[in-house]
Design a binder for this molecule. Structure first.
Ligand SMILES: *Cc1c(COP(=O)(O)O)cnc(C)c1O
Length: 418
């Protein structure tokens, strides 16, 4: 449930060639630990699967926006999918090419649009007519042309958690595909607007690629109709959303199968395929390393209290997400498992990583690794309970980069006044 990059050697869990006991001693806990080579391998899987088709893999920055992660992907030739000016700032700081950036999001501010135009991004994925008119006005004032795609809502039911399903008509995202053609025709008449793409993103953590293929048929149809009407459509953006295996027995959506199914539909059309994967690039490349503070029994229940908390990794509380949890020192085979709730110190009942989980018995000071924490982990962390945010470590072989320092108590009060 962790990638190949996390494995036991002589009973100790390693990330690549770095042992997690030493990492915890040197850098403290809780700590996010990422395998650089796992990130690269997942990105290369996308690249090789779509080789030969005109395409661009635009990593969804919101899944993991650490500069070292972005720089790793930029060097491998990734484009980026951003949802804010802040994410664009990060991409540029990490050496990303603005010409390979697409800007998604249902509510872009005028300042964000101006910033993106000035930096020369590839295109805007637009989600309302008002947004397109705003982009037109700003583009004219800057004497530029904005390439846009309309994010259509294909009314496809992506079977996933309701909070991360986005492709139904009742969701806030996109423009209803039934009205899209008329919106494109109006957009084409606006000054400073080049309607060059069709885009969609139907949801996240899709384990079945069926809905994605269904959506792609609908947007391909639309692209063909728009081209027949004389619009200069060059990009087909199918968004992100490929799911990963969080649970034992779950099977990740397969990039290669997606490519095999899409290839015959796209070959020879002269369209560039854009994909915006986030989770499927970084999830398995990261763990959250934490130390056991204590164990206690309340009634029948055994609680393992760790030094990481919901402010560090909110997925279990927010999405009822399952994460496998591994002991950093492998338990002896003959020790019977215990059933425990693994919880953080935050004053919320929702502050748990696992409930009723079978684990090897632990003691204060033991280290645990929460698997598959590389996506929507650190980026969703907060300072709740005035807890400094964890450090982020990027491992490359035996080398360890402190990709983000652990926050200090001073960091917690920076910018405040009284
Ligand atoms: C969140 C998001 C993505 C990335 O989704 P993953 O499930 O992480 O691959 C891509 N595109 C858009 C528009 C998004 O909102």
């Amino acid at each position: 449930m962790c990638s190949d990059s996390f494995h036991y050697r002589n009973g100790t869990l390693f990330c690549e060639d770095a042992d997690l006991v030493s990492l915890a001693e040197a850098h403290g806990t809780p700590a996010y630990v990422y395998s650089k080579n796992a990130i690269a391998r997942r990105f290369e899987a996308y690249k090789s699967s779509f080789a030969g088709l005109p395409h661009r893999i635009c990593f969804a920055v919101k899944a993991n926006s650490n500069l070292a992660v972005l720089a790793t992907l930029a060097r491998l030739g990734a484009g980026f999918d951003i949802v804010s000016a802040g994410e664009l700032h990060r991409v540029l700081a990490a050496g990303g090419d603005p010409a390979s950036v697409v800007f998604s999001g249902v509510g872009k501010t005028a300042a964000e649009i101006r910033f993106a135009l000035q930096k020369g991004i590839r295109s805007f994925n637009c989600e309302s007519e008002y947004e397109i008119e705003t982009i037109s006005q700003i583009a004219v004032s800057l004497n530029r042309t904005a390439s846009i795609a309309i994010r259509v809502n294909p009314d496809v039911n992506a079977v996933t958690h309701p909070y991360i399903s986005t492709g139904l008509r009742e969701h806030k995202f996109g423009i209803d595909i039934a009205h899209a053609e008329a919106v494109y025709r109006r957009a084409a008449k606006l000054p400073g607007i080049a309607p060059e793409g069709v885009s969609c993103h139907i949801g996240s953590q899709l384990l079945d690629i069926g809905p994605l293929l269904e959506a792609s048929e609908k947007v391909l149809d639309l692209a063909a109709r728009l081209r027949a009407a004389g619009l200069p459509i060059r990009d087909l953006d199918l968004g992100g959303g490929l799911g990963v295996a969080y649970r034992p027995g779950e099977r990740a959506a397969c990039v290669q199968t997606l490519a095999e199914r899409l290839r015959p539909r796209l070959e020879g059309l002269g369209l560039t395929l854009l994909l915006e994967p986030g989770r499927s690039i970084v999830a398995e490349a990261g763990i959250l390393l934490m130390r056991v503070l204590l164990t206690k029994r309340n009634g029948q229940k055994l609680f393992v209290v760790v030094d990481g908390a919901m402010n560090d990794l909110i997925r279990p509380a927010l999405y009822q997400a399952h994460h496998e949890i591994l002991p950093v020192r492998e338990a002896a085979a003959n020790v019977p498992a215990v059933t425990a709730d693994i919880v953080g110190p935050v004053c919320e009942t929702g502050d748990f990583f696992a409930r009723g989980r079978e684990i090897a018995p632990v003691e204060p000071g033991d280290l645990l690794a929460i698997c598959m924490a590389g996506a929507y982990g650190f980026v969703l962390s907060s300072n709740y309970n005035s807890r400094p945010r964890a450090c982020e470590l990027l491992v490359d072989g035996a080398e360890v980069l402190v990709a983000r320092k652990r926050e200090t108590l001073e960091d917690l009060i920076r910018g405040e006044a009284f």
